[in-house]
Design a protein around this ligand. Structure first.
Ligand code: BG6
Length: 516
């Protein structure tokens, strides 16, 4: 047996252990928006309830809407009650937390607001013991990122206040640009003021419990990794389906479309975790190096072959969950002739030893029959059919399904003998369900990610190089679609699994979409 007592174990050293962060001030730019009320404040409430927040944590909202400390406190306490459906159980949070909430009216380009912010941060260090630790959260539309970052730099707020003893970090919300060139420009602006180690780019999919479990599943179990390659795997499917339409986000979505909104970030992040090589340790640099490496190995789709490897669709009117829903072009703030895609399917290949000739089929869409995100690994068929005439012709390949949401869990499909005196074979499922096995409600993605950022752990955040590689892969597709306009856009009825052309994309290869 190996003697592990002498050498330090890098895995133990890199591991993310439970710790309470140091006191800090969290400054939210764009604090009057939905994200603060729906995600950030509820996440802070849950962390508070679990005693994971540092004493003295202070929140400063900065936004264009005029407000006072008092009115902002009230807005946030209402948000906690309304969005989490809480009664008096949130009183203690509201009371203790309320004292640490402040507001600065800021159009983001007025130097006076940053001077005011600097004074307030200094006061909080003295009065609430925030020790010079600062977390800037950019929850504004991305067009404001550069101006905020530049002002933070010019005001002297970007560098750690007490070198070696305090920290300053910045969280950016997606989208990180809308093409390779714009992402590079954003990275250039941000890293001209902050060091890359200070920058935390949120992709909330990485904070989902099941997504983290994917890393545990692959690398804490001995039996799966030997099969995790081209010798045993036929292909991989990644599906992120939503019932929702574009809601009230028509103007954003018209500019974005499904690939920019979901594939460039969430789906490619999932793919990188499924396909990456084992990292040397579970810590930020090692994990993110491997993710970037595998993204770099994805074969770019040549611009003259985009239509051979992709399908784009837009929802027409239909029924979802028994409700009649309008077509995308009739949604508020959407053009009546819009060519924006609300569905996309892609076939990608990874050019490396592990994945050569194993296609990765990606699909995602709005107004599909249900909300479900799943990664399915389909294994190769048996090499020889032993059970001819016993239903054996229909022997289905093994499929390992990693269910990201809802009903988080993992299932394995395999063949079993139908009970009886004859030899008949049917596929059955072996199931692991998170809820049943652990009986606990997992933290939301924002809880995990906010806490990680306060602790300085960037493992579950996106790095500049990975963002750029992902855009490099998507740019030729988006450019081709832009040139083609509505030509080549396939319509699908809301409440169905997308356009028929998407079925053809996978069926051409003798495969089928897995039923979700
Ligand atoms: C966001 C997209 O990043 O993710 C939305 O902008 C999408 O369009 C959402 O609805 C999906 O997230 P989740 O966690 O509900 O699967």
């Amino acid at each position: 047996m190996a003697d592990t007592s002498v050498l330090p174990n890098p895995l133990r050293e890199g591991i993310r252990l439970h710790r309470t962060p140091e006191p800090c001030a969290m400054v939210i730019f764009g604090a009057s928006g939905d994200l603060t009320k729906r995600k950030l404040i509820p996440a802070l409430y849950y962390l508070y309830r679990e005693h994971m927040l540092p004493a003295g944590l202070s929140v400063i909202g900065c936004a264009r809407t005029p407000a006072t400390d008092e009115s902002f406190r009230k807005e946030l306490s209402d948000a906690v009650r309304n969005f989490l459906h809480l009664g008096s159980e949130s009183d203690a949070f509201v009371k203790s937390f309320g004292e640490g909430i402040f507001y600065i009216t800021d159009n983001f380009s007025d130097q006076k607001a940053y001077d005011q912010l600097k004074l307030l941060l200094g006061r909080l260090d003295r009065e609430r013991g925030t020790c010079g630790n600062r977390l800037f959260y950019l929850a504004t539309p991305p067009s404001f990122f550069p101006v905020i970052v530049k002002h933070l730099g010019a005001t002297g707020l970007a560098k750690p206040q007490v070198p070696g003893r305090s920290w300053t970090r910045i969280i950016l919300e997606k989208p990180f640009g809308r093409s390779l060139a714009t992402a590079q420009e954003l990275n250039r602006v941000v890293t001209s003021v902050f060091d890359e180690e200070q920058v935390f780019r949120i992709d909330h999919y990485l904070g989902k419990e099941t997504v983290q479990n994917l890393i545990v599943f692959r690398f804490a179990n001995g039996i799966f990794e030997p099969f995790w390659n081209r010798r045993y795997i036929d292909h991989v499917q990644l599906a992120v389906a939503e019932e929702l339409g574009v809601e009230n986000r028509g103007s954003y979505y018209e500019e974005a479309g499904l690939v920019r909104d979901m594939i460039q970030n969430h789906v490619l992040q999932l793919l990188s975790l499924v396909a990456m090589e084992p990292p040397a340790a579970f810590e930020a640099t090692a994990v993110r190096d491997e993710k970037a490496k595998v993204l770099k190995s994805i074969r770019p789709i040549p611009d003259d072959r985009v239509n051979d490897f992709t399908v784009r669709g837009q929802y027409a009117a239909g029924f979802v969950g028994g409700q009649k829903v309008p077509d995308y072009r009739s949604e508020p703030k959407v053009s009546a002739t819009s060519a924006t895609e609300t569905y996309a399917a892609l076939k990608l290949s990874i050019d490396n030893w592990r994945w050569a000739d194993v296609p990765f089929y990606l699909r995602s869409g709005k107004r599909l029959p249900k909300r479900v995100s799943e990664i399915s690994i389909q294994f190769r068929r048996v090499p020889h059919l032993l059970f001819q005439g016993a239903g054996g012709e229909g022997i289905e390949p093994n499929v390992l399904s990693l269910r990201i949401q809802p009903n988080e869990g993992i299932s394995l499909k395999f063949c079993a003998k139908l009970p009886g005196t004859t030899m008949q074979i049917r596929p059955v499922q072996m199931e692991f369900r998170y809820g049943e096995s652990f009986g606990a409600v997992p933290p939301t993605a924002y809880e995990t990610l906010l806490l990680d950022c306060m602790l300085g752990d960037a493992t579950l955040f996106n790095r500049d190089d990975a963002v750029e590689i992902a855009w490099k892969l998507m740019d030729p597709i988006l450019e081709r679609w832009q040139q083609d306009g509505a030509k080549g856009l396939a319509f699908y009825e809301a409440g169905t699994w997308g356009p028929a052309m998407a079925d053809a994309l996978i069926e051409r290869d003798g495969r089928k979409w897995i039923r979700l």
